[in-house]
Write a protein that binds this ligand. Structure first.
Ligand code: ADP
Ligand code: MG
Length: 346
């Protein structure tokens, strides 16, 4: 099997079977097989584009299952699309592998196309290259989504007095990597697309948690501060994180292996979560609670957005940090006990 057979068998053939938007049935659509792909975006929508690269050794290990690698490379991009409140349309896939292992590729494709089908996201092109012996494999995906024109959810549009919310549970993926236990969420994260789409109606800002809540929340605050031209601060009720703990971390607390504070610290610094952190006005609390029930997805209110002036008024002194972690009495936690920030490549 050569490069072209590989593209034909594994990618072109399987892309035909994917459920997809009706725009890909249009005569003007050109998919895999030409120099580039062509399609007409639906009227009244903006295109939303996101790319992520997964590299062996950094994002996955060779002994991870091919299904999970396939699933994850698409899922992490879909998670970005979810954070923008968008709906996925199609994607490209670039791969660099050392040799053609058909059995491995078949399972890799199962991982990708099961998820692609679930969200009706069509493969429309990509690139295939051979990596040198001993060089890491890598997989890159670019997803293209759509959102009603002008409506995309952004990081920069937090408003003062917004509540801050987080979806799902936190902590287990990082603990699973450290302690070598199986964690479904680490290998097959579920992009929160249904939530993202609903958030379009009322959330002011959103981000997906890939590096850890503590560092991703800083991006919301940083972008929103620039946008509002004044510093915005998040006060986070540290123990509210206790109700977001993943089952493993929670069991560590129950078995007295870790204190509740330790569990919460680990949870807020844990990356690879692919949950959404968003802000919304207080008047939407009821709506969010019923959305949580409808989606069967926990949505936890963890804090609020305040101005620098308010923070001075409340706490009586100037706090430099953009996130103020509060103890059970509502007082700022001592800086030396602050949870560490999340993951950064450099
Ligand atoms: P070119 O040399 O003109 O860049 P290629 O030979 O790389 O074209 O690709 C041929 C066709 O196969 C293109 O339509 C490309 O988008 C598609 N393709 C190549 N690799 C992949 C892949 N991994 N997944 C999906 N489509 C692919
Ligand atoms: Mg060409």
């Amino acid at each position: 099997m050569n490069e072209f057979d590989l593209i034909e068998t594994f990618f072109r053939e399987k892309s035909r079977l994917t459920n997809s938007n009706k725009i890909f049935k249009n005569k003007s659509f050109i998919g895999i097989g030409d120099d580039a792909s062509v399609f007409s975006p639906p009227k009244g929508f903006d295109l939303v584009v996101s790319s992520d690269l997964l590299i062996e050794g950094t994002h996955f290990r060779r002994d991870h299952t091919p299904e999970s690698i396939g699933h994850k490379v698409l899922a992490v991009n879909l998670s970005d699309i979810a954070a923008m409140g968008a709906e996925p349309l199609c994607f490209t896939l670039s791969i660099s592998i050392q040799s053609i292992d058909e059995a491995w590729l078949c399972k890799f494709c199962d991982g990708i196309f099961d998820l692609a089908n679930e969200f009706s996201c069509k493969l429309i092109g990509g690139d295939t290259v051979r990596s040198k012996e001993n060089a890491p494999m890598f997989f890159g995906v670019t997803v293209i989504g759509i959102v009603p024109s002008g409506k995309a959810l952004k990081r920069k549009s937090m408003e003062l007095n917004d509540d801050i919310w987080v979806s799902g549970s936190l902590g287990d993926p990082t603990e699973a990597l450290k302690n070598n236990f199986f964690c479904k969420k680490l290998f097959t994260p579920q992009p929160r697309l249904a939530l993202g789409k609903e958030l379009l109606d009322f959330a002011n800002s959103a981000i997906d948690i890939s590096d850890g809540l503590s560092s991703d929340l800083l991006h919301l605050l940083g972008e929103s501060s620039k946008n509002l031209k004044r510093k915005v601060i998040a006060t986070i009720d540290f123990l509210s994180i206790a109700s977001c703990l993943g089952p493993y971390l929670f069991s560590c607390y129950l078995k007295n292996k870790l204190t509740l504070n330790e569990c919460c610290s680990l949870a807020v610094a844990s990356g690879d979560e692919y949950e959404l952190c968003f802000s919304a006005r207080k008047e939407f609390r009821k709506t969010i609670k019923s959305l949580s029930a409808d989606l069967d997805l926990p949505l936890t209110r963890i804090g609020e957005v305040i101005s620098e002036k308010e923070s001075k008024e409340i706490f009586g002194f100037n706090i430099k940090q953009n996130i103020i972690w509060l103890d059970s009495k509502g007082l700022p936690i001592d800086l030396k006990n602050y949870p560490s920030s999340g993951f950064s490549h450099f």
